[in-house]
Design a protein around this ligand. Structure first.
Ligand code: SF4
Length: 408
């Protein structure tokens, strides 16, 4: 298996609501601007999922903001083209007068990463020589090191400051989300619920319920900030950005954990997220929601394992359980907005991550399925899934909701 890139590539700070539909296209547009500074107008053609859910996800808005509101034309090509290199493909064309002066085809491959057709995948070098969890565990056992030590060995000690910055941003997205009220943008009339969840007190006499209520409130807060085009961290994507921070904040508050400990847990979560990204996909357009929320749940389960002192084997088990029970999860956002089912799904996955981590500890020594195997399974399941369930809003809840709203 191939080597992996830095965790700096996985955790990106950017504007929601979608890493592949807003952060990726924005990065592509900035690159194209550098290549065609003399252009006086642009056309961007969106294909596949970018075309089908681009308006709901804000792709056209972010492209116009970046390239120039009055000189950018967005074309939505929703035909199901068999030869698209990726479900999130876009063509950038620059003109001077009537003459085409520059053209670039870009694939937004998930988590805000982009690949330009005909060019190497990206400029960042691989920093992890190992490319599977089996290889990583073998190396850690041989060196008698933990996963955080493995992260530091490959990334250098500066990685902890980077991860603390990531943690501060995650914490802020939750704080901002808990303070906000009102209706989310997009026309679906979805009200924010994080503050309500946080403040609702009628269940306070059952401590376990209150704890789960807090986890849900944190996940809703981050996911609602994302839906409102706020600043979030891809963990591993914008749509799934609430799962990992919710579990981490719950643990930090409950056990008064230092930011150093949280940074180490982010390092562990990052290894699992990186493996999913490099050996499968973190793109809903490519593999459905299992690749986004399932990946986030795996990361959060492993992070919780780090914070509760689980061994590497138990952390792997936790991440494996978390992904295994998301296999087949479809992506069917109503009206192409990252709201229903996305926001609530973040809360459900955060609670499931806690369960997975606890279950791994209870069942220690009985594991049959490896993390590498479940990741491969997720990918094979995803690419075999009907296109209607891969971020096109043509299947599932999105399809039935649109039929209901037109009364058929
Ligand atoms: S359903 Fe899942 S993968 Fe699809 S947009 Fe929502 S969070 Fe992302």
């Amino acid at each position: 298996m191939s080597a992996m890139k830095s965790l700096r590539d996985l955790y990106k700070i950017g504007k929601g609501p979608s890493s592949s539909h807003t952060i990726g296209p924005e990065r592509a547009a900035l690159k194209f601007l550098e290549r065609a500074p003399e252009a006086d107008r642009f056309t961007v053609i969106l294909y596949g999922s970018l075309s089908k859910t681009g308006v709901g996800h804000g792709t056209d808005r972010v492209l116009k903001e970046t390239l120039g509101e009055n000189r950018t034309e967005i074309v939505f090509n929703s035909e199901d083209l068999a030869d698209l290199p990726h479900p999130n493909t876009m063509d950038f064309i620059a003109y001077q007068g009537e003459t085409e002066i520059q053209r670039m085809r870009v694939m937004s491959v998930g988590g805000g990463d982009i690949v330009i057709e005909g060019e190497p995948a990206d400029e960042n070098a691989d920093v992890y020589p190992e490319g599977s969890f089996a290889e990583i565990t073998q190396f850690c056992r041989w060196r008698y090191i933990t996963l955080p030590e493995y992260v530091e060995l490959n990334e250098g000690p500066e990685i902890w400051d980077f991860l603390k910055t990531i943690w501060n941003t995650m914490r802020k997205e939750i704080q901002d989300g808990l303070a906000a009220t009102g209706i989310l943008p997009g026309g679906l009339n979805v009200s924010r619920k994080a503050k309500l969840l946080y403040e609702r007190t009628h269940l306070l006499d059952i401590p376990q319920v209150r704890e789960l209520q807090l986890v849900c409130a944190y996940a809703f807060a981050a996911a609602e900030q994302n839906a409102a085009n706020g600043t979030v961290v891809t963990a591993p994507t914008c749509g799934s950005c609430g799962v990992l921070p919710a579990v981490l904040l719950y643990m930090q508050n409950k056990y008064s954990l230092s930011d150093d400990k949280i940074a180490r847990a982010l390092g562990v979560a990052g290894i699992f997220g990186n493996l999913i990204k490099h050996n499968a996909s973190i793109s809903g357009a490519e593999c459905g929601c299992q690749a986004e929320i399932g990946a986030a749940c795996s990361m959060a389960a492993a992070a919780m394992g780090e914070l509760t002192g689980l061994t590497i084997d138990e952390q792997e088990y936790a991440a494996e359980i978390a992904m295994e029970h998301h296999l087949g999860l479809t992506c069917d956002p109503i009206c192409g907005l990252v709201q229903i089912p996305c926001i609530e799904r973040n809360a459900v996955a955060a609670k499931r991550a806690i369960d997975a981590s606890n279950l791994a500890h209870m069942l220690v020594g009985t594991r049959t399925i490896s993390f590498d195997m479940v990741v491969r399974t997720m990918y094979e399941t995803g690419v075999n899934m009907s296109r209607a369930f891969r971020e096109t809003s043509e299947g599932g809840l999105a399809r039935l909701y649109s039929r209901r709203s037109i009364g058929s």
